[in-house]
Structures are given as C-alpha cells and as structure tokens.
Write a protein that binds this ligand. Structure first.
Ligand SMILES: [Zn+2]
Length: 213
C-alpha cells in the first residue's frame, strides 16, 4: 500500500485556496489565473486529489481550482454520474498514487440534471439508449424531489436536484466498491461532495468534509 502523500484535510485546503484564487481572479483585474507548479508533463504523476466532475465546458477542474499539470486526477462525465468505469478510475488513482481526497464536483444549472427533470416532466420516446444511461443514473436521486411541492418551483427544484445528484454520486463511491470502502476504513480516504457556482466561480464543499487537522 502506498503511503499517503497528502492527507485529505490538507488536500482539501489546497483546493479551497486554489478556488479562492480563481474566484477572485474572475472579478479582479488580473484577468488570468496563475497556473502554479507547471512541471514536466513526463514526470511521474502525484495527484493530490481526485475530482469526479461534469463534462460541462464551463467547469474544468484544473482551472476552477487553479492547479497545474500533475496536481489533479480528473474524471469528467455528463452529470458527474457514477458508473463502473468512474469507480474503476477512482480506485486506480487512489490505489496507485495514494491520493486520499476524492471530490464529487457538481455545478449549478447542470444540463444533465435539467435533462433528467425534463424527462420526469415529459418522457421522450426516442431518446438514445446511451443518453438514457446517463439520465437513468441521475433519476433515482431526483425523482423523490419531483414528487414534492418543489416541482412547482423550478429554480429551487433545480438547485436541490443538483445537490441530491452530487450527494448520490458521493454515496455511491463510498459504498459501491470494496477497494474504496477498505481505503476509507483503514487508510484515510475521504469522499466529499462539492458544488461549483457558474454565477460566482466559488466551489462550496457541502458534504462529507473532514474536520481540519
Ligand atoms: Zn453538468
């Protein structure tokens, strides 16, 4: 077993600081984000965090956390869903590199979540089977919300559905893999849920956050 390079709470602090740099640069006069620590691309990788994020073109993990080459092991898929290949990717990085922080990064106005809500409102007949595979993974997390009064409040429903989907993905990573369960139990692996705001550029870590060291 690898020795953890950077414990989860320290890794989380690095992400918080990077996102603060990014968010302030959005509103500041510098214009460009500072890409610290760009090393040679061929050097062995030692990512300090694993990010499972959405494919949305506005949420590139390296940029919103202001990190350089080799810092983050990033998995992106529409709706930050958890299917076997995502679990396998997280297992690989956690076991191979000793990375001890996993962040499921949802975001406001997620198109995959919106598509799932649309599907609950009005099922489409001819949806592609591949697209359906994504919607079907988001649906269990959001259909309970859709059954409440929230269905009449589109804005709140969307916001809550994005959160619920991120929570569900984090839950699946914590509970759907013998490898990850063992690393969580014995080796300090932490899975947190976070949400990026398209409006402000700020990432809020809202679930599973470990106490500071
Ligand atoms: Zn999205």
């Amino acid at each position: 077993m690898n020795v953890p390079m950077i414990a989860a709470p320290s890794a989380l602090e690095r992400l918080r600081q990077g996102n603060a740099r990014f968010a302030s640069s959005l509103h500041g006069s510098e214009g460009f984000v500072h890409h610290a620590g760009r090393g040679a691309a061929a050097a062995p990788q030692e990512p300090f965090a694993i990010i499972l994020g959405c494919s949305d073109s506005r949420v590139p993990a390296e940029i919103v956390f202001d990190q350089g080459l080799g810092d983050l092991f990033v998995i992106r898929v529409a709706g930050n869903i958890v299917a076997p290949s995502q679990v396998g990717s997280v297992e690989f990085a956690a076991a191979r590199f000793g990375t001890r922080l996993v962040v499921v990064l949802g975001h406001s106005q997620c198109g995959a979540v919106l598509a799932t809500l649309d599907e609950l409102r009005m099922p489409t007949e001819n949806q592609s089977r591949n697209l359906r595979a994504i919607v079907d993974r988001i649906r269990p997390a959001v259909e309970g919300l859709f059954a409440t009064e929230l269905r009449h409040d589109a804005e709140t429903l969307t916001r809550e559905a994005v959160r619920a989907n991120t929570r569900a993905s984090a839950h699946q990573l914590r509970n759907g893999s013998a490898v990850l369960e063992q690393l969580i139990r014995d080796d300090g692996l932490v899975v947190v849920g976070a949400e990026y705001s398209l409006e402000t550029g700020v990432v809020e870590f809202f679930e599973g956050v470990p106490a500071a060291e």
